[in-house]
Design a protein around this ligand. Structure first.
Ligand SMILES: Cc1cc2nc3c(=O)[nH]c(=O)nc-3n(C[C@H](O)[C@H](O)[C@H](O)COP(=O)(O)OP(=O)(O)OC[C@H]3O[C@@H](n4cnc5c(N)ncnc54)[C@H](O)[C@@H]3O)c2cc1C
Length: 362
């Protein structure tokens, strides 16, 4: 058994925990943030989008391509919310519901949603290519390995359903999964070649730049404080200005309460904070990088609180979790990642040295 430190030293621990939900993320460490003006004064626009994450920016891009005048107000900078601070796994399916359940529950709109999910990874990578993201977006596939032998039944059922709906998915056995993961700790899995990983902050910033390039306006550090409907127009108040818009798109996600409870008090009341964190190793030496996720695919397994891993452009191995690690950020993370019989880093440690001395008892 080799020491799990072989996987790499942890370089970036989450600065975002406790009440400060907007601390720096590991993506921000690698990126300069372009600056956008604050809104100061009164403007008019056809459509006002509140929130510059993937939802707001996608809507703005689509509208601009149709010639509609669009402005966005964002409480922080574009990507300040989940879009710029997530794991960047590109997974063209849901973690729980499979196509048959979705269609059974939602009928025709469920069918449209399944088609959207099936194609979303290809769509995302096409967008990334158009925005010249280069190696910040890697379509090397996504693997969902089964963490118990029993979970292979779920994998088989999921693969059958998605194949029926036209998705290119494959079931891989334990040996194939081992070769893809560089670990013997899983029991086979579902491979989806259209999946992969992206630097989410690079993508969201490129989308924001594209909105600006094609004539949209983005105002940063400009929270929408309230909105009212008067004389066939929406009037939205911000700290230093006001927007009049024919239509309004609210894309504030879980940050609705953080930026302005007054904006949508009903929604703000329904938001329950759940702590989630990401961390990265230092860039891995080539010998280790080639033995852990050797083909650079992205993976997330079948656990409820799933184990996941991916590389970034600098060969940092990135993972994270959902549990609260508030006051014990570093020790908590390191013991989870690198040590103990349930340690995630340890799952890869043996293959990183060419040994196979791990058991698959978990
Ligand atoms: C830790 C984590 C990991 C994740 N990992 C993945 C993953 O690997 N793959 C995946 O596909 N998805 C992942 N997700 C989910 C994904 O990040 C979100 O679904 C997606 O980013 C939501 O985008 P959005 O634009 O709707 O919201 P957000 O990106 O959160 O944007 C909302 C924006 O609204 C702004 N805002 C809020 N209130 C106001 C206001 N009053 N005025 C102006 N602006 C306001 C916020 O500042 C924020 O920028 C993850 C999420 C988290 C939290």
């Amino acid at each position: 058994m080799v020491a799990s430190e072989n996987i790499g030293r942890l370089a970036h621990l989450p600065a975002s925990h406790g009440s400060d939900i907007r601390g720096a993320s590991l993506w921000e460490a690698a990126h300069d943030v372009p600056s956008y003006p604050r809104l100061d004064g009164m403007i008019e626009t056809d459509v006002l989008v509140i929130g510059a994450g993937f939802t707001g920016l996608s809507a703005a891009l689509k509208l601009r391509h149709e010639g509609v005048s669009v402005s966005i107000v964002e409480a922080g900078q574009p990507g300040a919310g989940a879009s710029g601070r997530n794991s960047g796994l590109v997974i063209p399916m849901l973690s729980r519901s499979d196509p048959d359940d979705i269609v059974q529950r939602y009928g025709a709109s469920g069918e449209r949603f399944v088609a959207l999910l099936r194609d979303c990874a290809d769509d995302l990578f096409a967008t990334a290519t158009a925005l010249r993201l280069g190696k910040q977006a890697e379509q090397n596939g996504w693997l969902q390995p089964a963490h118990t032998p029993g979970r292979m039944a779920l994998i088989a059922q999921r693969a059958a359903q998605w194949s029926k709906w036209g998705a290119a998915v494959e079931v891989v056995d334990r040996l194939e999964a081992r070769d893809m993961l560089g670990s013997e700790m899983w029991f086979g899995g579902l491979l989806c070649r259209s999946g992969g990983a992206v630097n989410p902050l690079a993508l969201v910033q490129a989308m924001a730049e594209e909105v600006r390039r094609i004539g949209g306006n983005i105002y940063a550090q400009t929270p929408a404080l309230s909105f009212t409907r008067r004389a066939n127009a929406w009037q939205v108040a911000t700290p230093l200005g006001e927007v009049r818009a024919r239509s309004l798109i609210i894309a504030t996600n879980a940050y609705t309460a953080a930026a302005s409870k007054a904006l949508l008090p009903g929604v703000a009341r329904e938001i329950v904070p759940v702590t989630s964190w990401l961390a990265a190793t230092d860039p891995l030496p080539e010998a280790i990088r080639c033995s852990v996720l050797p083909t650079r695919l992205a993976m997330s397994d079948t656990r409820g609180d799933l184990h996941f891993a991916r590389y970034d452009v600098n060969d940092r191995l990135i993972s994270g979790g959902r549990s609260s690690i508030r006051s014990t950020v570093q020790p908590g993370f390191e013991s989870w990642f690198n040590s103990g019989s349930r340690g995630f880093g340890r799952k890869f440690a043996a293959s990183a040295s060419g040994s196979s001395g791990m058991d698959g008892s978990e």
